[in-house]
Design a binder for this molecule. Structure first.
Ligand SMILES: [Zn+2]
Length: 841
């Protein structure tokens, strides 16, 4: 743990993206590595689709061994996946994965870039991906990333020549990168960008291949390697005491929400990259061959190189500050460079080195981590020089641009503290991820401010600037205001300093399902962002619904305090759905957003503002049976959803599965991937099948076809496949139109398959015994019909049902048809008016 924390601060050059983090405190050898990096003027851009696609061994090698400026362009932020560390999904998961990528880059020394493309879920083919993404916009963003970052070399993670063999997002990332390579240098391509950036032409483009892409090690050994470069990334860094693969593993382990903890290795490790565009280097280990990566590559660079190569050569590990006079000369010369790109890059790098060599510590902390526009906050400012260099604090500029002259000489190791009160502008924008401020589409985020496109996070604009004179050269250092506190367990804890609205509100439940026309009480939680909030709350609701009372007063005394307010909602008689949004009126302002906080140890504290809305659904639904036993698998919210529509759902642990316990249930439902994750179920299958034979209903939701931990999934032959239907709008044909499951107690029609989300289903069986009746048929575009999504078999007196339909995704989204169909599955065999379990609706 200690090593990991230390590593976060190791790489000076990775710090362009660190915002509101613990300050870096580099060691003498880390400063030296940064000086070497300062003297390398070459860059490489790695391109793929998702957080976790990136090869951290290659990124770390390029950054830490080659010393190249290295970035990872992830087209998406990974909204589509599952979260192994907490409840956040979709856009909130994208916020977590964005921060995990930044944490990975702080570890491996890279930088992080994005496009506006949204990870909308699994896609089988780039044609589908590029139809859902706005291809022109994503290509434009890739071009913009290249024009901004100006890489000499691009490396794709995926093969652009093999569509359909991997996730469509993957192949698309390689195709777009290739397409961008050909047009980035052309002034007529995306000319609107040229007000922000110049054109640029990278020299080479590679594909980061491996034996895996050849099917086997044997095939790879035989393959023609003329166009392949082989790079040994297994180098050891004595200054860190770590091998490159060990750093890469620490970086990869930041992807905690995906469970990608990784163990490092030592010793030689070859990475292969295949040349796709540009000239093949004769040195098959050097991607920069023929590219000038010295200071000579820029006009005016030679004189700077003369100074800085000497600084590198004569660096004193015992006294880094001995380099300060020369570093300040170089800093001054860099300010005169005509090349704005390298000027900006190298100014940032050398300033970090100068601060580190001087042992400078410059910090402005606030007395709170969250405040509102128009408020006042107290700042504590600490300034210290820990070197013999001649340093003066000339002035201090607060975030409102007010300059305060200081002229304080900073003597070696003598701390200078002062306090300031900051009035936050009344029009100061709230802090939230910029890509979530406007409603996007399925495939794209909407970003109105073009200058933000590609940035990993919203730039911090509450910054202070310290103007120093070091060895009589003036130099400014800009720092974001941070919040710092001491936690009795964790010790020093930093949080970003953020602006929140004076009030935020949410409804406790995100989806509210009403299975009758009875009224329901809804709780609205209003949270104050400042002291003394006074106003009233209303609910916005769908047309044919009613809500009372119309408005209610709120009066909250303290910042952070909540008011819980109850509204009564009356649904219409017929099936209906819509959105409920709390509207809080304070003075002339109306607030309709919910404030979400994300707090994990491995990433900075995140504040996210999203539209506060809950889906409300009046279901036209009939049910038979009332007691459901639920055997949990990999985790889903199906039990809560079934409770919402009036079932009694009991969670059954594997050890509780016995004939006697099962006999009290009208149906037993198996959670998603239970047969992949719960080994002990193998010993319970026969008991469950016997329960069915005695007249029970057993519903098994999807399992993957690999790593099945039970010998027999069903009482009859059933073989799972990888068949899936990813298009959530794919037409659904009713095959067994007369089957009870489509008719009782709810008449199922194609309408019930409207409004589904993310996908139809996955891992459908493709072979089954004739005891099963296939109920539905569906397929993605251009594929054969898949009939295994819902299979029903009579077994003894009861029913066994296997379904790969994604009920676990549809229920939390409040999809009525999914509820109606599931109710029929639970009601199978109860089409008998004398049934003791019949419930009247
Ligand atoms: Zn991926």
């Amino acid at each position: 743990m200690k090593t990991r924390l230390r590593l976060l601060f190791i790489f000076l050059c990775s710090t362009t993206l660190i915002t509101a983090q613990q300050p870096k405190k580099p060691t003498s050898s880390e400063i030296y590595e940064s000086i070497k990096k300062l003297n390398f003027l070459g860059s490489v851009l790695y391109v793929a689709a998702h957080p976790d696609d990136e090869n951290t061994r290659l990124i770390s090698y390029m950054s830490n061994e080659v010393k190249a400026r290295t970035a990872y362009l992830s087209l998406t932020r990974g909204d589509g996946g599952q979260n192994l560390v907490g409840p956040e999904i979709r856009e909130l998961l994208g916020v977590i994965r964005t921060q995990e990528l930044l944490a990975a880059r702080r570890t491996d020394g890279g930088e992080q870039l994005f496009t506006r493309a949204n990870d909308f879920g699994y896609s089988k083919h780039p044609d589908e991906t590029l139809a859902i993404w706005n291809k022109e916009q994503v290509l434009s963003d890739v071009v913009l990333a290249i024009r901004k970052f100006k890489p000499d070399v691009i490396i794709n993670r995926f093969n652009h020549r093999t569509p359909g063999t991997t996730h469509g997002h993957h192949t698309s990332s390689a195709m777009l990168s290739l397409e961008a390579f050909d047009i980035v240098g052309d002034k007529t391509a995306y000319p609107d960008q040229l007000s922000m950036v110049d054109t640029w032409q990278p020299q080479r483009l590679f594909f980061n291949t491996s034996w895996w892409f050849y099917g086997s090690q044997e095939n790879f050994d035989k393959a023609d390697k003329t166009n392949l470069l082989a790079i040994d990334t297994g180098v050891f860094f004595p200054s860190d005491g770590l091998s490159n693969p060990e750093i890469a593993a620490l970086s990869r382990s930041q992807h905690k929400s995906q469970g990608f903890g990784s163990t490092g290795s030592r010793g030689s490790q070859i990475e292969y990259i295949e040349l796709i565009k540009g000239e093949l280097p004769s040195d098959k280990t050097n991607i920069f061959e023929g590219i000038d990566t010295s200071w000579n590559r820029i006009e005016g660079g030679k004189a700077i190189g003369d100074i800085l190569y000497a600084v590198e050569k004569y660096y004193d590990f015992k006294n880094p500050s001995a380099s300060l006079t020369e570093l300040m000369r170089a800093y001054k010369a860099i300010q005169n460079l005509k090349n704005e790109h390298w000027k900006a890059v190298k100014t940032k790098e050398i300033k970090d080195i100068i601060a580190a060599c001087a042992g400078l510590y410059l910090e402005a902390t606030s007395n709170t981590n969250q405040t509102t526009a128009g408020s006042r906050v107290d700042l504590n400012i600490e300034v210290i020089n820990r070197s013999d260099a001649n340093i003066t604090l000339s002035s201090f500029v607060n975030p409102n641009g007010i300059k305060i002259d200081k002229n304080i000489p900073l003597d070696n190791n003598t701390r200078f503290d002062f306090k300031e009160t900051l009035k936050i502008n009344s029009n100061q924008e709230v802090s939230t991820p910029y890509w979530l401020t406007k409603k996007g589409t399925l495939g794209m985020y909407t970003v109105t401010d073009k200058s933000l496109i590609g940035k990993p996070e919203t730039p911090r604009n509450l910054n202070v600037t310290f103007h120093l004179a070091i060895e009589n050269v003036s130099i400014p250092f800009t720092k974001p205001i941070v919040y710092k506190t001491n936690d009795p367990v964790k010790g020093e804890v930093y949080k970003p300093f953020e602006i929140i609205p004076e009030v935020s509100a949410k409804i406790s439940e995100k989806v509210i399902i009403l299975d009758t026309d009875k009224q329901r009480d809804i709780e609205v939680i209003v949270t104050a962002g400042r002291d003394n909030v006074e106003g009233y709350v209303q609910l916005a609701y769908p047309n044919n619904w009613s809500v009372y009372p119309e408005k209610q007063k709120i009066n909250i005394n303290h910042k952070g305090q909540e008011a819980h307010i109850i509204f009564t909602v009356i649904p219409p008689k017929e099936q209906s759905e819509g959105l409920l949004t709390p509207m809080v009126h304070i003075g002339d302002n109306i607030y309709t957003k919910e404030l979400i906080e994300i707090d994990y140890d491995h990433i900075p504290f995140q504040t996210v503002l999203l539209p506060s809305e809950s889906k409300i659904v009046r279901l036209d639904i009939q049910k038979r049976g009332e007691n459901i036993g639920y055997i949990e698998g990999a985790g889903d919210v199906v039990p809560e959803s079934l409770r919402q529509i009036g079932y009694n759902v009991a969670i059954l642990k594997p050890e509780d599965i016995s004939a006697e316990n099962l006999s009290r249930f009208d149906a037993v439902v198996i959670g998603i991937r239970a047969y992949n994750t719960v080994e002990t179920l193998n010993f319970k299958q026969q008991i469950l099948f016997d329960y069915v034979a005695q007249g029970g209903n057993m519903i098994v939701q999807y399992n993957t076809n690999r790593r099945i931990k039970v010998d027999q999934i069903a009482p009859y032959d059933l073989k799972l496949s990888r068949d899936r239907v990813t298009d959530e709008t794919a037409e659904v044909k009713l095959l067994a139109t007369d089957h009870e499951v489509l008719n009782f107690p709810n008449k199922i029609s194609p309408n019930d398959f409207e409004g589904w989300t993310q996908e139809r289903g996955l891992y459908f069986p493709d072979e089954w015994s004739e005891d099963f009746t296939p109920i539905l048929s569906m397929n993605d575009d251009g594929e054969t019909p898949k009939t295994g999504s819902l299979l029903v078999a009579k077994h003894g007196k009861g029913y066994y049902i296997y379904t790969g339909l994604s009920f676990f995704r549809e229920f939390p989204a409040g999809v009525s048809g999914a509820y109606r169909l599931f109710a029929n599955m639970l009601s199978l065999g109860k089409n008998d008016i004398n049934s003791p379990n019949q419930i009247k609706n």
